[in-house]
Design a binder for this molecule. Structure first.
Ligand SMILES: [Zn+2]
Length: 149
């Protein structure tokens, strides 16, 4: 039985992009660039074609992603503090997400199989942090209001 601390290994022959690594990478980069341009030009507070948060709409509670679109918009305009106020978890996790994206991109560009090599302990830590922040941002009171958009 494999150790629970062993990094995740994809099945042999598994490919990140079935159409070819470089084509898949180009599609991802293009999609991210287009999404970034749309988010840069169209403020989610003024344009309503962006997806709504179904969790917030159904429950009235904030999910971990609430405020992330507005936060990305602020980040794209260089407003780090405003982005942090809208979704602190987004700003804190962005360097890690960029690191993963660049790492996957490099693996794809080199035609290497996808290997997240993220230990289960890290996954549990991330999940716990997301859950804790999600609960805290929904609690009443002044200190918790800092976590709300
Ligand atoms: Zn939400």
């Amino acid at each position: 039985m494999p150790s629970s601390d062993a990094p995740f290994k994809p099945a042999p022959g598994a490919r990140l992009f079935p159409m070819g690594a470089r084509a898949g990478l180009a599609v991802c980069v293009l999609l991210v660039a287009v999404a970034g341009l749309v988010l840069f030009w169209f403020d989610p507070r003024q344009y309503h074609f962006y997806p709504v948060c179904f969790f917030h709409k159904a429950t009235g509670l904030l999910c971990p992603g609430c405020g992330a679109l507005r936060g990305f918009h602020e980040l794209l305009h260089g407003q780090l503090a405003a982005a942090f106020r809208l979704n602190p978890m987004l700003v804190v996790s962005l360097p890690f997400l960029l690191w993963f994206g660049v790492r996957y991109g490099l693996q794809a560009a080199r035609n290497q199989p996808a290997s997240p090599a993220l230990r289960p302990a890290w996954l549990w830590l991330i999940l716990t942090a997301v859950l804790v922040v999600s609960v805290l941002r929904n609690l009443p009171g002044t200190p918790f209001a800092l976590l709300r958009p």
